[in-house]
Design a protein around this ligand. Sequence first.
Ligand SMILES: CC(C)(COP(=O)(O)OP(=O)(O)OC[C@H]1O[C@@H](n2cnc3c(N)ncnc32)[C@H](O)[C@@H]1OP(=O)(O)O)[C@@H](O)C(=O)NCCC(=O)NCCS
Length: 182
Amino acid sequence: MAQRIEASGSIALKDGRTVTVRNLSEHDRSALATFGLSLPKNDLLYLEDDFTHPEIIARLANASYAENWRQIVAATDSGEIVGYTAALRMPGWSNHVANIRLIVQPSYRRSGLGMHLAQAIVDAARDLGATKVTVDMLAALTAGQAIFSRLGFAVEGQLARHAIDRDGNLHDIVIMSAFVRV
Ligand SMILES: CC(C)(COP(=O)(O)OP(=O)(O)OC[C@H]1O[C@@H](n2cnc3c(N)ncnc32)[C@H](O)[C@@H]1OP(=O)(O)O)[C@@H](O)C(=O)NCCC(=O)NCCS
């Protein structure tokens, strides 16, 4: 895996813009709601969590101190959230495994932010005590697969018609994973 990235700090993107990458706080509720509403319909169709739903946003913001959950955001100087990533440590016999989510606002894509957040959340998963990290995404989402491949993740499996989008269409899911050293 690539070198460790601090979960908090200012980073310069490839296009010259700067964002602050830090842990999600309980005060981010309204900024996170605005972020959710800024995502294009296509992304919303495919996201596991409904970022436009106030109850989901409240649950994420309230979980900022949860023991088995790490959530990291990228925010602009004006406080706008432009990227979100999370690692959730699984219960039971998979409690050494953390599952990752990652999404970047379209106007901030292709500037290296997704890659930065992905590395930061893998580090956060390791801090949670996870020794294996997984990410599942629609097979059609090749950008996400490119990022996690670069970080050393391999495709572990594919589940046929395993996700249903908000329009009722079925999609295959790809599961990628990597083992991390504590
Ligand atoms: C996946 C996602 C987070 C990438 O964010 P990003 O900020 O654009 O990523 P980066 O700029 O760091 O890109 C890193 C690399 O990924 C690959 N990549 C990113 N977007 C790509 C695209 N649209 N097509 C092909 N490759 C792509 C490239 O190899 C890129 O490196 P390069 O720009 O040097 O060529 C963003 O597209 C997104 O939010 N998608 C919707 C949600 C999702 O699919 N999440 C992943 C699964 S949880």
